[in-house]
Design a protein around this ligand. Sequence first.
Ligand SMILES: [Mn+2]
Length: 653
Amino acid sequence: MTVKMTRIKNVVIALLLIEFIFALMGYVFLSSNTSLVLATYIFIKNVIVLGFIFYSSSLANENNLSVSEALNNEAKNAFIFGGIGLIKYDENRNISWISDLFTEMKLNIVGKKLLEWQPLLASLFEDDDIKVIDINSRKFEVYNSKESRLLYLKDVSDYVGISKEFEDQQVCVAYITVDNYEESIEQADEQTAASIQSTTRQIVLDWAKENGIVLKRYKSDGYIAMFNERTYRKQVEDKFKILDYFKEQAEQLGQMMTLSIGIGRGSNILRELDELAFSALSLAYSRGGDQATVKSNDEPIRFFGGNSESYEKSNKIRARVIAQSLAGLIRQANNVLIMGHKQSDFDSFGASIAMYSICKAYGKKAHIIIDYDSLEEKTGVIARSLRDDERYRGVFITPARINEFNHSKTLLVNVDNHKPSLAIDANALDIIKNKVVIDHHRRGEEFIELPLLTYLEPAASSTVELIVELFDYQKENVCVTEREATIMYAGMLIDTNYFRTRVGTRTFQAAAKLKEMQANVSEAYKYLEDDYDTTLTKLSITQTAYRYGENILIAFGRQDKIYSRTLLAKAGNELLGISGVKAVFTVGRTGKEEVSISARSTRDVNVQLIMEKLGGGGHFSMAACQLKYEDVTIAINLLEEAINEYLDERTNE
Ligand SMILES: [Mn+2]
């Protein structure tokens, strides 16, 4: 109740009293009946009126008390206790007054420009948002009352602290596996095997202990881990350096082992976390392992690591052991079938020929499975000419003829491929039990079931390199003809982009070995030569190349022309040879309503990540995507956006 109201109330009470006193005096002096009645009436009336006044004023006292009246001089303390601060600013947005809370915080900002002091507050002048800002390392929620040019600030540090603590304590589940563990143990002697076991385990255990992670081994090369969000964030900050550390340590043991980590987070339900983690692990496998993949319910999938594009392993012991095991399997078999991948290229075909030569050295009957409808164009030319050659009578068979062999005594050697879906004949994998896999591709999620022997060496340039290396470790002398050696050489050329990428010392040793075996190098180049028309088309694409950023090139085909994907890739390869160029993208129509992008890079740019943004995929330095558009320009715009995004992420990391 206001002071004024109280005053009026007091005056009324005084008037009522005076009126009663007058009436009483009138009765005392006059002593008439009329004055008695009047005095009695006034007495009763005033008692009722007073009662009414006191009652209503007590009600008003309770309800109508405004904050400022109630607090009066206490307002300062109440605001400080509640963590409420006020800032007044003038029409130029200069701070003109601050409330006591900020004076107590010794904030010296009166006279300063508001937005110079807290640039983040700018948004409060555009919309009516509430903003959280930092003042002296405390968090304040700010509301802007534009009419009165007053900012209301509320200290929410405690709340922010608690909510951060809550987030930090959220549980994450992870599956961690050691890639290539079984194979390494299998090939190692007893002592090395023991140190592989103890070292790998120790590294993972130490890492877990250091980071407060609960870890349990659930199979010889697999762990399940639990930790909280804070630990996860720390790993993200470190970019999961455990991956590189593990790889280095394995290398010191002479082993090629990496870690694959699948993490599930962002859910309160443990079962769901487990499922997220497991599917994240599968994803890590399908991308070649050596990486951490993170899945959560409400955020996009994240990837870490996987940056070891390929590196050479100098350990030749493994090759020797593999050579011996392979020889044993060949000897035991009645006959050997050799199978490459669909759309066989020179590496697939050359590796098949190399394998065939080893079998021949042991006097085994060997056949190469070929699907003439699924051959890369130039490989097809050579394959058909061999088929028509008298000396290879019966060597090449179509998938339909597999049934002619006694399946239980047949050995099926898969070269340059480890995925059933890419095999020339997936059916053969089901009916033949004894299988060998020799491949240089990074292990994917999909893998041929239960091979007797697996030789997976992602460090190798090509499968030809792997098999030629095995020649030296055979007890029998492996002989190849000049033409066979030339085909194998062409396989190495194509997989290394003419000895430009993925080459190690062992690549050149294998190439030298082929040269020794009379490979005709210039002939091999000829196998791979493009004809006049193809060359012109390729040139028409490369000449459109323009710089995007410092060391990225983008080239594109004509709007009215349809190209093959291989041609786009070739044009890209060509441009990658230009000095200083780190990534190349070639864009062109590959169908009526399809525009394809082929991406190539050196080790500096991960084009896989860029293509994934557009729904494509591939490897670190070799990727592609297909877009459902007719217009090449639209595709180029999308590509530029994706590149920008990628570059932004890199600088933010
Ligand atoms: Mn290959």
